[in-house]
Write a protein that binds this ligand. Structure first.
Ligand code: NDP
Length: 315
């Protein structure tokens, strides 16, 4: 049985692992299908303090992992399929059926980009459809791109993609944008940005060489339109990776884990959450890392409290 298991290896999980390992708690860290989390799909990170010249996302994550290993954190690559939080020790089931037990858990499984679920979308990921402008923008030099969404992500990605594309068309299902005024203004002032508002995406159309168009419904006329493009960037928000917890922990209406304010404590004593899986507001590498540190400290305190209780009947 482990004292603590950390599920997820983004900046929050790895920071938690560094702190737990340095506290001699020998954490087991479970690495999922996207080791390193969302930062491994970005390029340069310019706003993580301590790197005045910036650092590449994958390198930052590799460094954090190495740091955790140096202090004794163990890593296991697997997909957690089930967690039983009904009693302690908590039980985790891995995809190969292995069961692990832990006195405490830290959930740091992050969030993933949402998809529209329209025909042609999923099968064209990596062949013209993307959810990450910083990762894939470079492949669209001199080409036409569509960005779907009307929030800050869409504005930011759209603006960024004009570095590469000849035209970036922002497609949103409503005529109002959800994005903050400053981000909207920046996109509106960019001469390379075109707009197709009040259009509901219906289908990503592809030919032999990849994506050729986005089929949309014009919500004013009800008619279908074909918007020609070389690529489609979907920027409609993120969803927390909590599927494997299935009703085991309290979540909010969007599925983010709920923690008691100012802490990383979930509704089950001994289970802590950190990073994007419990944060839809800040979603930054540095805030995720900070909450990973908080989770490790909360976890240590919890175990110390438990140890005192365990010993009290012996003394
Ligand atoms: P948001 O939830 O703010 O916006 C999502 C957008 O996608 C909305 O326009 C929404 O339309 C649209 N959308 C959602 N689902 C669908 C669908 N199925 N079909 C078509 N359109 C859909 O997500 P963001 O990722 O943009 O932002 C999330 C948070 O992160 C926000 O708080 C934002 O401020 C923050 N953020 C901040 C940044 C910054 O400050 N640099 C950068 C990026 C994000 P509708 O409005 O009709 O629901």
């Amino acid at each position: 049985m482990y004292k603590t298991i950390v599920v997820g290896t983004g900046p929050s999980g790895l920071t938690a692992a560094i702190y737990l390992a340095r506290a001699n708690l020998n954490p087991l860290v479970i690495e999922g299908p996207e080791p390193g989390g969302q930062l491994t799909t970005t390029t340069e990170i310019e706003n993580f303090p301590g790197f005045p010249e910036g650092i590449m996302g994958p390198e930052l994550m590799a460094n954090m992992r190495q740091q955790a290993e140096r202090f004794g954190a163990a890593f296991k690559t697997s997909w957690v399929t089930k967690v039983d939080t009904s009693k302690r020790p908590f039980k985790l089931t891995l995809e190969n059926g292995t069961e692990l037990e832990a006195e405490t858990l830290i959930i740091s499984t992050g969030a993933s980009a949402k998809l529209l679920g329209i025909p042609g979308e999923r099968e064209s990921i990596g062949r013209g459809v993307s959810t990450c402008a910083t990762c894939d923008g470079f492949f669209f030099r001199g080409k036409k791109i569509i960005v779907i969404g009307g929030g800050d992500s869409a504005m930011e990605e759209g603006h960024f993609l004009t570095r590469f594309a000849s035209e970036v068309r922002i497609v949103n299902r409503r005529s109002e944008l959800r994005a903050s005024k400053i981000m909207q203004d920046r996109a509106r002032q960019n001469p390379k940005v075109a707009w197709s508002l009040n259009r509901t995406p219906l289908e990503v159309v592809s030919g032999e060489k990849g994506v050729t168009a986005l089929k949309v419904r014009n919500n004013e006329t009800g008619e279908e339109e074909l918007l020609e493009t070389d690529g489609v960037f979907v920027a409609i928000g993120h969803k927390p990776n909590t599927g494997f917890l299935e009703g085991q922990l309290k979540v909010d209406e969007q599925g983010y884990l709920q923690v008691s304010p100012g802490t990383t404590r979930t509704n089950i004593p001994g289970i802590f959450a950190c990073g994007d899986v419990q944060d839809h507001r800040y979603r930054q590498a540095i805030t995720a890392a900070g909450s990973g540190c908080m989770a490790a400290l909360d976890c240590e305190k919890f175990l110390e409290g438990e140890m005192v209780n365990d010993w009290s009947h012996i003394l």
